[in-house]
Write a protein that binds this ligand. Structure first.
Ligand SMILES: Nc1ncnc2c1ncn2[C@@H]1O[C@H](COP(=O)(O)OP(=O)(O)O)[C@@H](O)[C@H]1O
Ligand SMILES: [Mg+2]
Length: 316
């Protein structure tokens, strides 16, 4: 199978980094056309570094990356024509209007004149920015700017779309619009790599790579990652809080727990046994259980597990 995005052992050490330090190390990617790949990780994980290398904005220290077969180091101009890249930082010309920005990017990408007008109209409708054509981009809301940046990245109908945190700090309506645009682009067979610090956005992706401190800890579909979790998830809503925490700490088989809103989420080894023990000790301590049940793993659970177990490895 020909891959749209391929990377092998991608490693980057910035010049200013100390000997032995790295921004990313050993990153592998295989993304076919029409697939949405989510690079998920906290600040500093190496998302931007990875994407900038794929976008031919920067060379790797070692390893290689290919876009539709073009090596980003040996044939960057071949790769570049096929890439739509939306950087994390503001990438538009603030004093140009919406339509002027689109025309500017069409010039940059040498979009043929006869296709240009139609393409810009398509994108304006697609992003619902048609009403704001004459507004300067500096006067757009954060969400609208991101949509315009996405439209600019799509102007030349790229085969590969690289989106660096497109939804960070974006209002819910624009966020939904952005995901709808991505869904449409995927249907046209574009391979999309999106980075996000939001674990819940991973659920939208066909394949996810969990990046932490420059290394991909695991990859797979969100469902596969959930199934690979070596324990079950439970949640409890009970009072008083103090009593509940004491009971949880005294119960065997609870691997980790954390408060989430009004409940406590627990990773447990043997749900039946934990349930019995918790009920018993809470009753004894005068606690009041409203809810105690099993629940499906979410991406946060996967992330916490992976980070904790990679920490164990380091200590060993
Ligand atoms: N230009 C740079 N020079 C030195 N170190 C950098 C540079 N850019 C990023 N880093 C470091 O590389 C690591 C990964 O950063 P980055 O790729 O920006 O992560 P993310 O996008 O996931 O927040 C961080 O430790 C960061 O401090
Ligand atoms: Mg970043």
């Amino acid at each position: 199978m020909e891959l749209s995005i391929e990377a092998k052992d991608l490693t980057k050490c910035y010049k200013s980094q100390k000997e032995g330090d790295f921004a990313i190390r050993g990153v592998d990617l295989s993304i076919p056309s029409g697939q949405l790949y989510g690079l998920i990780g906290p600040d500093g994980a190496g998302k931007t570094t990875t994407i900038r290398i794929l976008a031919t904005a920067m060379l790797p220290t070692s390893g290689y990356a290919k876009i539709e077969g073009f090596d980003v180091e040996c044939h960057p101009e071949g790769a570049r024509k096929l890439i739509g890249y939306m950087p994390q930082a503001f990438s538009l010309y603030p004093d140009l209007t919406v339509i002027e920005n689109l025309n500017f990017f069409a010039d940059l990408q040498a979009v043929p004149m006869e296709r240009r007008k139609e393409r810009i109209e398509e994108l304006l409708a697609f992003t619902r920015l048609d009403r704001f054509q004459k507004r300067r981009s500096e006067n757009l809301s954060g969400g609208m700017r991101k949509k315009l940046a996405l439209a600019c990245a799509l102007i030349h109908e790229p085969k590969v779309l690289l989106l660096d945190e497109p939804t960070t700090g974006v209002d819910p309506v624009s966020r939904r619009d952005l995901w709808e645009i991505v869904a449409e682009v995927l249907l046209q067979g574009v391979a999309v790599l999106v980075s996000t610090p939001y674990m819940d956005e991973a659920e939208r992706c066909h394949q996810v790579g969990i990046l932490n401190e420059g290394e991909i800890l695991t990859t797979g579909s969100p469902k596969e990652l959930g199934e690979r979790l070596p324990y079950q998830m439970m949640e409890i809503i009970a009072r008083p809080r103090r009593t509940v925490r004491d009971a949880i700490n005294a119960t065997n088989g609870i691997v980790n727990w954390r408060p989430v809103g009004d409940r406590i989420r627990m990773a447990v080894q043997n749900p039946d046994k934990v349930e019995k023990e918790l009920v018993k000790s809470l009753k004894k301590a005068g606690g009041n259980i409203r809810v105690l049940r099993r629940t499906k793993p979410i991406m946060d659970d996967v992330f916490i597990h992976l980070v904790e177990s990679s920490g164990d490895k380091d200590e060993a």
